[in-house]
Design a protein around this ligand. Structure first.
Ligand code: SF4
Ligand code: SF4
Length: 315
């Protein structure tokens, strides 16, 4: 039998086979640390003990401890979208003003996406948080998620043989923190309730999901094998840190002519910052991962299909 010449069809089939062999998101394990105000990484166990909401630990923080306020120096605090909203409102600032005065831009190491971190004092960045005062935290009711969780850290994870995502917690035991010497016992669930993290978790969930998914894709070179470009990263930063800029973008660009948004939702996002954040997450999930979280308008869709056909010479 002689070899027949290879056709374009053969090559296309090869490509399809390669696609099938390329690892996908379901083939990787990923764990993303979402919060932990760990100052001294060297004093920290590489594999933290995983805690579920029912696991108990002993801890109590109060003013009479010799370590009072020590944890508010040199803390590495990544601000979540809802942290930025709450702190801006508390200080009667618009998010852009808050970002400028109190944060520095940074890259989320695992997800490779831009985030805002709290500015700390001192030339080496190990000084006090701007909201720290001798009597304690001056923004206590609106303190960021990382501060609420401390001494717990939170990791979001997805294992390759697992259906959905899962979160677990771990105890941050830094030498300076004497709260661990107190006998007050509580489980993780009770502690989270006491720290009122529910609203924070609800509004931040979509942002955590995006970080998590990006971290998974990073192992494979980025979403669908390609790292997001600078413009996409900038859009992510805008949508997740500055609701005013994102609102202007939604109402002053072609956004509403491009995407199918329910009229009641359009009305709502004119004034509701939390709802706007949720729309921002949906939009970014669509832009980054092509998820059907937000729909293109029929006319826009038809035009896109027409253009794609033209590019393929099929029009
Ligand atoms: S926001 Fe408050 S609790 Fe958090 S580091 Fe600053 S002073 Fe401390
Ligand atoms: S007990 Fe820990 S959390 Fe409380 S003030 Fe001391 S160092 Fe900070």
């Amino acid at each position: 039998m002689t070899d027949s010449p290879r056709t374009t069809e053969d090559e296309e089939l090869d490509e399809i086979d390669m696609e099938a062999q390329r690892p996908g998101l379901d083939d990787v394990n990923v764990e993303v640390e979402v919060f932990s105000a760990v100052r001294d990484q060297s004093a920290f166990p590489v594999q933290p003990v995983r805690l579920t909401p029912d696991d108990t630990f002993t801890f109590r923080c109060h003013k009479d401890l010799a370590c009072w306020n020590k944890c508010c120096h040199g803390a590495d605090i990544t601000l979540t979208p809802y942290d930025i909203l709450r702190l801006s409102r508390r200080l009667d600032l618009r998010p852009a003003e808050f970002l400028l005065a109190y944060t520095v831009p940074a890259m989320h190491e695992k997800a490779d996406l831009p985030v805002a971190k709290m500015k700390t004092g001192g030339e080496d960045g190990r000084g006090a948080c701007p909201f720290n005062a001798p009597e304690g935290c001056t923004v206590y009711e609106d303190r960021p998620s990382t501060c609420r969780y401390y001494p717990l850290g939170m990791v979001s994870m997805k294992m390759k043989d697992m259906e959905g995502k899962d979160d677990f917690f771990f105890l941050v035991k830094e030498k300076h923190c004497l709260g661990h010497c107190d006998a007050k016992a509580q489980n993780v669930g009770q502690f989270r309730q006491e720290q009122e993290v529910e609203d924070f978790e609800r509004v931040n969930r979509g942002w955590i999901d995006i970080l998590m998914k990006m971290a998974s894709w990073k192992v494979l070179g980025g979403p669908m094998g390609k790292a997001p470009d600078q413009r996409t990263r900038k859009m992510f930063f805008m949508a997740t840190t500055d609701v005013d800029s994102f609102r202007r973008f939604v109402f002053e660009s072609r956004f509403l002519q491009t995407y199918e948004i329910d009229p009641a939702a359009v009305e709502m996002i004119k004034t509701d910052d939390e709802a706007l954040l949720l729309l921002g997450y949906d939009w970014m999930k669509n832009v980054l991962f092509n998820e059907p979280t937000i729909a293109l308008k029929e006319q826009v869709l038809q035009m896109a299909i027409g253009k794609a056909r033209e590019a393929m010479g099929a029009a």
